[in-house]
Design a binder for this molecule. Structure first.
Ligand SMILES: CC(C)(COP(=O)(O)OP(=O)(O)OC[C@H]1O[C@@H](n2cnc3c(N)ncnc32)[C@H](O)[C@@H]1OP(=O)(O)O)[C@@H](O)C(=O)NCCC(=O)NCCS
Length: 225
């Protein structure tokens, strides 16, 4: 399966062989959308938290944007965020903790990848009640050569279509509040910012309702009268 995009870029399913590229892209977009290479002393860890597990745990919704310079972006979805987080807790983080020392709770003493290391030992995997209408979530990062060409818009529409076909009524994404470019991007493609006291501070949540097509889906909601 491939989806031709623009200027030789195309979207395809991510594979096991893409793991190094997923980790590299995650690092190079890991500082609120900008390159985090100069910050992180563990170049793989951000990818092992935010990118690689999607290919392993939800491969049907894990894609890369490939192109003239090689893999230049990724697009991930999790249809059921609560179920995905349970699998992260049971199947992913235990192994990751074995390779990662906990730097302790004192954020003032954290250096390099310590913020990420702390997260590995204390992940927040609860799903706030205010996200109930948006049970799926997504994740997209493109390297600079792939940006500003409409690829983000096309890729998100593709993911939305896959999730809607699976019966999801809506999806959300977490955005770093310092990433104004991404917040404006999501606004331009129809996402609204969610505001609720149960949403963790430190993130902006953007969300969109989907037109569900699968009436047998566990997510399917009866149409409003
Ligand atoms: C954010 C990102 C996914 C957007 O993808 P993109 O391919 O560059 O965006 P597109 O070219 O598809 O733009 C789609 C729309 O968003 C708008 N948009 C994109 N970036 C914007 C910005 N910085 N400010 C205002 N509008 C913006 C475009 O103008 C376009 O609107 P239009 O179609 O009405 O003209 C991509 O730039 C990226 O990966 N950035 C770095 C990593 C990152 O921040 N990821 C998101 C983490 S939550």
């Amino acid at each position: 399966m491939t989806l031709d995009l623009v200027d030789g870029f195309f979207l395809r399913r991510a594979t096991l062989e893409d793991h190094p590229a997923l980790a590299r892209i995650c690092l190079e977009t890991g500082d609120a959308g900008k390159d985090a290479s100069a910050i992180e002393d563990d170049p793989e860890l951000l990818g092992l938290i935010y990118a690689v597990p999607y290919q392993v745990l939800e491969p049907d919704l894990a894609f890369v944007i490939d192109g003239p310079g090689g893999v230049s972006g990724y697009l991930f979805g999790a249809a059921d965020t609560a179920a995905f987080n349970t699998r992260l807790a049971n199947e992913w983080y235990p192994e990751l903790r074995r390779r990662t020392a906990d730097p302790g709770p004192d954020a003032a003493s954290w250096r390099g990848s310590d913020r990420a290391r702390r997260l590995v030992h204390h992940p927040d995997l609860t799903v706030p009640g205010s996200l109930a209408a948006y049970p799926s979530h997504g994740h997209i990062d493109l390297l600079p050569p792939a940006r500003g060409k409409g690829i983000g818009r096309r890729a998100m529409a593709f993911l939305e279509g896959r999730l809607a076909a699976a019966g999801s009524p809506g999806l959300h994404l977490q955005v770093n509040p310092r990433n104004g470019d991404a917040i404006r991007f999501y606004g331009a493609i129809g996402y609204g910012v969610l505001r609720s006291p149960d949403l963790p501070a430190g993130h902006v949540y953007v969300a969109k309702r989907l037109r569900t097509t699968d009436e047998d889906s566990p997510f399917h909601l009866p149409p409003k009268r």
